[in-house]
Structure formats: C-alpha cells, structure tokens
Design a protein around this ligand. Sequence first.
Ligand code: NAD
Ligand code: MG
Length: 419
Amino acid sequence: MGRRLKKIAIFGSTGSIGASTLAVIQRHPDRYAVETLVAHARIDILWAQIQRFHPRQVGVADPVAAQLLRDRLHREIPDADQRPAVIEEADALTALASDSAVDIVVAAIVGTAGLASTWAAIQAGKRVLLANKESLVAAGALMMRTASASGATIIPIDSEHNAIFQCLPVGVPPSSAVEKLILTASGGPFRTLPASDFAHITPEDACRHPNWSMGRKISVDSATMMNKGLEVIEAAWLFGMPPERIEVVVHPESIVHSLVQFVDGSVLAQMGRPDMCTPIAHALAWPDRIESGVENLDLCAVSGLHFEAPDVVRFPCLRLAYEALQLGGVAPLTVSAANEIAVGAFLDGRLSFMQIPMLIEQTLEAVLAEGSAVYNPPDSIDTVLELDKQARAVAVAGINRMKVIGSQVRIPSKQQVVR
Ligand code: NAD
Ligand code: MG
C-alpha cells in the first residue's frame, strides 16, 4: 500500500515483553519488519524467532550461547546470504541500538543490563518503546535531557505509563492542567496476605502473579510492590511530575491501567484487559492505532472495579522508592541496583522475602553516608554504570553481613551471580 516498512530492533526479544512485541508485529507484516533481535542466552527461543522473522542481525550477550547459535546457523542455513549476523561483543551489541537502518527500538531487557542500549537508542534519536523502567530510574535526568537534544521519542510500554501517555493531551505541558497522576497497582500476589505469613513466602509464591504473566524479576518486584515504586520514579521523569503529585492506588482487577486527575475535577483513565499487547501496539503505531490481538473488554462481565490505598507497612519497598525519588541524586539508582541484587538473592534462596526491603534500605543508607556528592544526579552514562556497580558491591556486602548475623538466611554455597 506504499507505506514504508518500519524497521524494528528488539532488545530482550526472548523475554515476556519481547514475545508480546513479536506477537503484535506478526499481525502487521505490511507495517513492520524485524531488523534486529537481542537476547541474553535462550538460543532455542531465538532460533524460532529467527526462522519466523528473518532479522538481519542477532545480538547474543552470552558468548557461549552466541557460538552455539552461530554453529546452528551454519549447519542449518547453508546460504550465507540468508543467515543473520551474530553479534556478541558488548559495545557492538549496544551499537545495534543506534543502527541507522533501525526506526524503532524496543527496550525490553530486564534490569541494569538494559541501560546502555536504551541510552544508545535515545542518543541516536530513535523512537524508543520503553519497557526497561530501570533505565529511567537509574538515569532519568540524563535520558530525558538526551532525548530532547536528539529528538528521540520515548513511548512507554509499561502499562501504567502508557495509560497516562494516552490520557494526557499531546503537546500540552502536563504541569499546567494536570493535578496528579494516579498509578494503579494490582497489589500483587500478597495483597491480602497477613504480615505474619510474609516470613514463609517462597520464590514460586512470589512469581505467581494474579493478573499478569511476566519475567521473574518484575514478578518479584510486583510482589514486593517495588515495581510500583520504580514506576513512580519512571512517571516522575517521563511526565515531569514531582513525587507529591504521583499517587498509587491498589486496583486488584488490573482493568484501569492508570488515571490522570486534571485541575477542573476531570479524571481520565485508560482501561483494557491486562495484556501487554495493547500498550505495545499503541506505542508501535502511535499516533495511529492498530489491532493488537487483544480481546475487547466486556464491561458487563467485569464483576467490579475496586480501589484501595497501598499498605506501605507490609510493602516497605514502595515507601523506599518514594524516599529515593525525594532524595534525588544517586538514591534512585542505588535503590534499583540494590533491589536487583536482593531479588536475585531471593530467587536463589539466599535472602528471605522480608529481607529484600531490609537490604535495599541498608544499601541506600550506606551509599548516602559516603558524602554530599551522592546528591548530584550522574551526568554521563559511564558514571551511571560505575555508580550502579558500586551500589551493587555495597548490596552484596550487605547480604554477606546478614548471613554473618545469622538472620534466617540460608548460607550461600557459592558467590552470587546476578546478571
Ligand atoms: P524477562 O525476564 O521475561 O525478559 C528479559 C529479557 O532480557 C530476555 O530476553 C533476556 O534474554 C534479556 N536479557 C537479560 N539480560 C541481558 C543481557 N545482559 N544482555 C542482553 N539481553 C539480556 O523480562 P520481562 O518481563 O520481559 O521484562 C523486561 C523489562 O520490561 C523489565 O525492565 C520489566 O520491568 C519491563 N516490563 C515488563 C512487563 C511485563 O509484563 N513483562 C511490564 C512492564 C514493564
Ligand atoms: Mg507496569
């Protein structure tokens, strides 16, 4: 139909968001072509994606997996012209995000591992579909400043931020008309669990989300409500809002994805089934709309919409994230880095569920005790990555100290490995 195909690079293609993105793209071969896929190591999934989408290049961060994929490509695709290039070296992998052939970069790597490529895409002025909220938490000032200089368009695919993006009038500075942003939270699997039962929570319990199917790290983040805390920080940067004008409301049905309260008393909400294909389709096509494959919401079948205040006593991670946002400087970065270490240790059975917020708080206190420089926001991506590394080291030392103190932690048999 004469429309130029938009070329897409998906960072984190083998994950939950990556899979949903490909599911939407597959419905629109007249609009989108997959140029680049990047993942950590899951070669079986990557292989299937290569066969279906024929990317020109594939990035594999794990060198052993990269070699396995290269071997398989040579074995099964004899014609070299038909084989995608396999890239593994870290800088080359990051550079795939600024490739001039790519129009849209989907930033869907989990955690700090996604920072460098998100940054490269923003710097190169791409349309960036942002799932990797950790990028804005760690380096919000830098990312937003760079986006306005490069002309990059950041469209959130985190469902709450996508909802707010849909409710805000395009081109109007939010501060004048908007009173507050209201982020909804499902409350996670332990919304109604009494505090006395938190000591027995296992990784399997925490990964069993009532409404959304997601990767393990964000599932645990939802269970601790750190996910909502990170999202408050993400919203502050994306929409230029101070913490006191960002509210969290628990909404167990996950039908209202977030709301905007305007100064005249109007409240706009975006609703839909809890399926990431909706925000992904919205962000891919914006300002157009395309079909996402998600079934229509049947309002009469929705038994009710409930809202309640979050409980920051059982879920201290939410409080910690607000405090970090208020403190500014390296505090949000530190909270996010410590959280990633804590969640990795919890999933490995080296930390209890309740020790996750304890470790984050200790790490934040230790980093802030280092001096006044920590109140300045980091001004380069290298500084961000260096500060992240330092915060992780403090968190790892904190785990070892908890072990020595002998609180109910299982003794680790080997040094922790968190990627
Ligand atoms: P996931 O664990 O399912 O997938 C993570 C992806 O990142 C995988 O493809 C993995 O290969 C890749 N990855 C990990 N480390 C890497 C590295 N070092 N180099 C290259 N690739 C690497 O996670 P997910 O649930 O898809 O979440 C991804 C991001 O999206 C997270 O930041 C999460 O907070 C955000 N998000 C997810 C959802 C959701 O519904 N899943 C919703 C909103 C936001
Ligand atoms: Mg979300």
